[in-house]
Design a protein around this ligand. Sequence first.
Ligand code: NDP
Ligand code: 2IT
Length: 448
Amino acid sequence: MSFQNQYLAEVMDKVIARNPGEPEFHQAVQEVLESLEPVIAKHPEYITCGVIDSIVEPERIIKFRVPWVDDQGKVQINRGFRIQFNSAIGPYKGGLRFHPSVYEGIIKFLGFEQIFKNALTGLPIGGGKGGSDFDPKGKSDMEVMRFCQSFMTELAKYIGADTDVPAGDIGVGGREIGYLFGQYKRLRDEFTGVLTGKGLTYGGSLARTEATGYGLCYFADAMLRDHGSSFEGKTVVISGSGNVAIYAAEKAAVLGAKVVTMSDSNGYVYDPDGIDVALVKDIKEVRRARIKEYVVARPKAEYHEGCKGVWTVKCDIALPCATQNEIDEESAKILLANGVQAVAEGANMPSTPEAIHAFQKAGILFAPAKASNAGGVATSALEMSQNSMRYSWTFEEVDAKLHDIMVNIYHNASAAAKEYGMEGNLVAGANIAGFLKVAEAMKAHGVV
Ligand code: NDP
Ligand code: 2IT
């Protein structure tokens, strides 16, 4: 899409020129800037005070070498990143991703989206993201530990409970956070809430593990109910089989739906009787094995090679929970032809712009990641609060707060879309509501 507003077109051109070879970042910025057309028309002061020029430029990019020794005694070198994108409303906050596909452009897109997502939670957290091209798959626990210790040895210089608070993302779960926290504590000799997603014995919050997946379902449920529908009796297709996918599947089933698929980067399983979530937890969280193993214990289920095939399974609701751009236009059209009624994004930017366009054109319910997957980071912020108070809430207390936060995000995004003349467009609504909060804070701080 081309911009009607000349200024926004120029900002976009500059982002592309300054960040060459980073298509995911361009994609994330383009979507937000498109949503800002009516905002600029109403608030031309955002042009003069420079908040849009500033918001697309990270406050700080940290890039470092991560040397570690593998089990054969060979030195391995990976790249580490932390992008501290925006601290207008709170300390930088966002996950760390360990995956071979990680490069600066992936961390930039994730960090940029995190600014608006975090603002939507209503909690005081800025936006950041980090990670490495390290692949934890197939590594021993000791290799993962040595890598995490080396990664933190450099990262520790730049983070802190009031500065920048990392957490998990793809390839970074409880095990990695434990090793990272242990090394930070050793280096700094301080016990603070510098990371979230910590274990329950050392400052972690109850319900953080479940939060992104549960929050996704709370958001989708609010959206469905607002349109006279619900999860009850619906068939749900979920991609991924990691942290977000597992707890989305668990909550969707509790809300009365039948989840029929889970996937990984190799393929997907289809279980006509409904996915056995306890079995998936055992395969992924305990055995760290592939989703293919599922059919060994459930002979009526089928395994299919190729992860894209998951979108050909007929469903009422689709919850993409694996990775960016996993639903392209072709997959979106197949979902629509099969009668999908709602798509809610658990992963970050899982739908391509063409796929989003197809969903919106068809008039189905579409929940964008920034809004619908904000439950993870929201609960991370609740973990920070509990750490500051040196106190912990019960599972039920945290879960109730998470539920309220997700319902509020739905209503705020929905109201912003309506106010700016795009009723029902939650992509625009989420981008606008998140942007306005951060932009007001940036304006108040002056040129900094
Ligand atoms: P996990 O590492 O726990 O699981 C990732 C899952 O996605 C795995 O099943 C993995 O399969 C699959 N996957 C990863 N990369 C690809 C790929 N290139 N193609 C196909 N499948 C892939 O990560 P999470 O569940 O934590 O994260 C999933 C998504 O949710 C990400 O987009 C993340 O940014 C987002 N997210 C996570 C939050 C959190 O709190 N953890 C919060 C908000 C968003 P395989 O094992 O084969 O790699
Ligand atoms: O994308 C995300 O919001 C996350 N990976 C969670 C970040 C966090 O700080 O909990």
